[in-house]
Design a protein around this ligand. Structure first.
Ligand code: IMP
Ligand code: MG
Length: 177
């Protein structure tokens, strides 16, 4: 079993909040006089979107999408499935996808293709974490929080088997020696 002592901090609360502020400022500047739609990808990005939206000084609107990939909880199988679709049309809208983490990049790639087919005015990606894994697809993250090593991380919305989403920092579980 995993206990609290085995959870190591990778990015602490202070670093997270300061980065979120910076990203919010950047988005505010880039979308001046516009009203982008923030599309948060559930569940992992629920805390990130709640924090960053309060740093964006624009009349944003929100929508939510949920995806899942088949397979076990730590390895994405590559088959992405939409389990909750948007409530509103994004036609002619400036869309910002808010993601918690990009690992293989398959989820993001699938989402971008899927949303592009709905004819938005523009699509950009804001992702808190970018995992250092070899990928064929080029990086589409315009607003990036942190590059992180190839570890399975938890906290600040991210889970392992639905647990640890409420940790106020990004951590990882240290494997036993
Ligand atoms: P990808 O399709 O491989 O890029 O995986 C993306 C999704 O898998 C993310 O949106 C997360 O929900 C989940 N995920 C990937 N890596 C981690 C991790 O280290 N911790 C928790 N969830 C993760
Ligand atoms: Mg996710």
């Amino acid at each position: 079993m995993i206990d609290n002592n085995k959870i190591k901090v990778l990015i602490d609360q202070e670093e997270l909040l300061s980065k979120v502020k910076d990203l919010g400022r950047e988005i505010t500047r880039d979308y001046k006089n516009n009203a982008p739609v923030l599309i948060a990808i559930l569940k992992g990005s629920f805390i990130f979107v709640a924090d960053i939206c309060r740093e964006i000084r624009l009349p944003v609107t929100f929508d939510f999408m949920a995806t899942s990939s088949y397979g076990d909880s730590k390895v994405s199988s590559g088959v992405v499935r939409i389990t909750k679709d948007l409530d509103f049309s994004i036609e002619n809208k400036d869309v910002i996808i808010i993601e918690d983490i990009v690992d293989s990049g398959r989820t993001l790639n699938y989402l971008i293709k899927n949303l592009e087919a709905r004819n938005p005015k523009s699509i950009e990606v804001c992702a808190l974490l970018d995992k250092d894994v070899p990928r064929k697809m080029k990086n589409k993250i315009k607003y990036k929080g942190f590059d992180i090593p190839d570890k399975f991380v938890i906290g600040y919305g991210l889970d392992v088997a639905e647990k640890y989403r409420n940790l106020p920092f990004i951590g990882y579980i240290e494997s036993k020696q």
